[in-house]
Design a protein around this ligand. Structure first.
Ligand SMILES: [Cu+2]
Length: 123
């Protein structure tokens, strides 16, 4: 059947198939991840202090501040998300390597700022 369609129309059909495939892919990517990780930052802690993730599993982070401006930083994983009270940072993340990675506050928020630390364990 495909052989009957020649030249230009065949190319168009090819382009249409390709566009369809790309749309299907985009549709999959837009689906929210199955796992949501909720994190609360407050003076002077990160809750929870320890987060366990699975290698290759996309998760959605919802990081909020309970008081002042903080920054959710995991430098080794390239995460730098500023947050304000009432304005959480929501982003998807897929861990691509195993290990223990330090998370900390990235915005000076007071005298206990340096104590705001935790770890993300990817296994
Ligand atoms: Cu801070």
């Amino acid at each position: 059947m495909f052989a009957l369609i020649r030249g230009k129309s065949r190319r168009w059909l090819g382009a249409l198939c390709l566009a369809g495939a790309l749309l299907a892919l985009a549709g999959c990517a837009a689906e929210p991840p199955a796992v949501t990780v909720k994190v609360t930052m407050r003076r002077y802690r990160i809750e929870p202090e320890e987060i366990r993730l699975k290698l290759g599993q996309r998760v959605r982070f919802e990081v909020s501040s309970a008081d002042v401006q903080h920054g959710f930083d995991v430098p080794e994983l390239g995460i730098h998300e500023p947050l304000r009270p009432g304005k959480p940072a929501v982003f998807d993340f897929t861990p691509d390597r195993k290990g223990v990675f330090e998370m900390k506050c990235g915005i000076l928020c007071g005298p206990g700022h340096e104590q705001m630390k935790g770890k993300i364990i990817v296994e």
